[in-house]
Design a protein around this ligand. Structure first.
Ligand SMILES: [Zn+2]
Ligand SMILES: [Zn+2]
Length: 148
């Protein structure tokens, strides 16, 4: 039997998803592409999994702006996947984010504090940043798939 709270939450998530898409578009993320979770990159699967587990265990935290204010976009930053943030809080953190690959400061060459990848899943925006060095290294690895 469906839990009414879960149904309500799901409705809210769907209502907010169009908003998430336009927020990403405004930030230059371009048209969203939908991505089946089994094709998601590992960092995204991990962030999604950690957040889902935290919600399940009631260990997830939500910034104050997300509580009791109706449907809105939730941002999960991959370095703290058990924390749900509103967009303003997510942006306020941007300069302090660190590279998900090497854990060093991501650099301040972009507003995201590095190179940011975002994925939208229903109304949740998942985001990671990497420093330019790690992005370059990953691109090299990708161009030699037989090596790794
Ligand atoms: Zn907030
Ligand atoms: Zn790095």
């Amino acid at each position: 039997m469906p839990d009414p709270a879960a149904v309500a939450r799901n409705d809210q998530l769907q209502a907010a998803s169009a908003e998430a898409a336009s927020w990403l578009a405004q930030r230059g993320a371009g048209e969203g592409t939908s991505l089946p979770l089994d094709q998601a990159p590992p960092w995204l699967k991990e962030a999604h999994q950690s957040f889902a587990e935290a919600v399940e265990a009631r260990a997830a935290t939500y910034c104050l702006h997300l509580v009791g204010r109706g449907p809105q976009v939730v941002v999960i930053q991959a370095e703290y996947p058990e924390e749900a943030l509103c967009r303003a809080c997510a942006q306020a953190r941007a300069p302090h984010r660190f590279c998900l690959t090497c854990c060093r400061g991501a650099g301040t060459s972009s507003p995201a504090g590095g190179v940011e990848d975002t994925f939208e899943s229903s109304a949740v925006v998942y985001s990671r940043v990497r420093c330019p060095t790690c992005v370059e290294r990953a691109a090299l690895d990708d161009s030699h798939p037989d090596v790794g």
